[in-house]
Design a protein around this ligand. Sequence first.
Ligand code: F1P
Length: 607
Amino acid sequence: MCGIFGVVSSNAVTGTLLSGLQKLEYRGYDSAGLSVITNNNVIKRIRCSGKVSDLRSLVKKSNLTGRCGIAHTRWATHGVPSTKNSHPHSSGIISIVHNGIIENYDELKSKLKKQRYKFLSDTDSEVIAHLIHSFLSKKKTYFDAVVAALKTLKGSYALGILNEKNPDTLIAASHGSPLLLGISRNENFISSDVNAVLSKTKKYISMDDSEIAVLNKSEVNIFGLNGRKIKKPVSTSIQKGNSINKAGYNHYMQKEIYEQKNIIKNTINDKVGSTRILPNVFGPQSDSMLKSIKHIHFVACGTSFNAALVAKNWIEEVSNISCVAEIASEFRHRKVNVLKDTLYVAISQSGETADTIYSTKKAAALGYKKILSICNVPESSLTRLSDYTFLTHAGPEISVASTKAFTSQLISLLLLVCILSRSSGKKIEPTIVKQMKTLPKILTKVFSLEKEMQQIAKHFTNKHHTLFLGRGASYPIALEAALKLKEISYIHAEGYAAGELKHGPLALVDKDMPVIGLMPENNLVDQVLSNLAEVKARQGLVYIFTNKKLKFKRGDKTHLVSMPSCGHFIAPLVYVIPMQLLAYHVAVKKKTNIDQPRNLAKSVTVE
Ligand code: F1P
């Protein structure tokens, strides 16, 4: 899940490469590098472990200049983050950048070693450079050598390739990893996503599997691996490509937490009438399509999966539709039985998560009634695979730990819930709509809890473990709370269905274990309270978040956070916000890299 950027131009490209790469840093940030064909027609390469800013400093000192180049920001799969493992990788006159995983690299490496190729890195990617070089030395043309190499590879790749002997040409290839071509006048680009080219051009072509593109400054040609030219449509991006900043906040995560109120408000204003959701908000004729649905299969990863779990609770409560939520990395590899009239719903912030994309491709061949995606990024791979797309309009999410994407998914799913409730005859839609409309006011009250979260955060900085408990739709919120805390503060945290506590995790509880109970006032409050009593009986430290009026005796060792009253259906949106704030303030106190936590990346484009 690395970022690839490349450009061939009539102007000097080094600055363009660095600014394009900077926009792709969310895809990986443990090392960075670039190769440029200089005006003397030699490839010069600069690489480092660290961020694009580190690479920028090195490039500044080098006076590197040229009109064709490739660049890469890495999230390590094979080999630790280090200069030698950073891309581009070279083999004589060839230099390449790669995103994806080469599954047969070991076998290829042994063969290439026998041909006396020397491997200088621990990556799977280096074989690609040597492979192209070896086909070139067998007197193949440059294009044919690349095609022969691609045919030898097993796995996934998005590639940018330079050849000193063809100094005005950039070759790109894609299979199972996203790559697009930015089309402009007197310069053309390759990029892992459209955002990185928007300051230069809005015109782009998405590459599909087993395609190879040959770019020079004035022309872009695409071919299949059989060498046949492919005509592809040029799209015009609707995205603005504004420069994104922290708007005075200390971190993107903090800014994105605070953006949630307006995003939710805008979705409600745009899509909700006085008592009903507006017609066909999920796309043309979507209301009648949704009317015929009997089952739903949600597929997603990470935070988006937690949103699916909340939706499953909601949908089964208000309709007769049966619902399954499944992790995409499981779905993609198992035999799936699809019942008649099942809607497949993929949820993804980025629309580029490899497991979700692969699952959706698989779903297209499985006989689902339709494919609906709930996605934050227009023109992403996921939206291209879907019959219906609902864009969450949360704006670019920069922080790796997802916050506004989650609540914007939840509010979108609540719209879906309302529409699906219609066929049950329960007439619950006006109640849900009424509750939705109270959200902006309630969220203002929730944000006023930030000081209290800052105080509570102090209790967590020296803790090694935390448990979050919830029941019903609060169980996925407990999972999401635990995910936030572990992602950015590196404290081991687990979310549990409160009833599962005594089936194992209670063994972990002692005086050093904080246990957080999420208890919006509903029919499950008493059960969660009993579970928390079991924790207290074992000296655990209990924190209760509830809007129910509870009283505790002095010295009861229970920290009560009074939540604003809220309707049952909107509770997950309300209760997740103090969890985000808590995780954020624990991380601030622990001085971690909040927006780019260690070992993670924003977009997980490898399996
Ligand atoms: C799924 C996800 C995110 C998480 C991180 C890694 O991404 O697990 O929820 O915050 O960014 O990827 P997506 O499919 O929702 O883009």
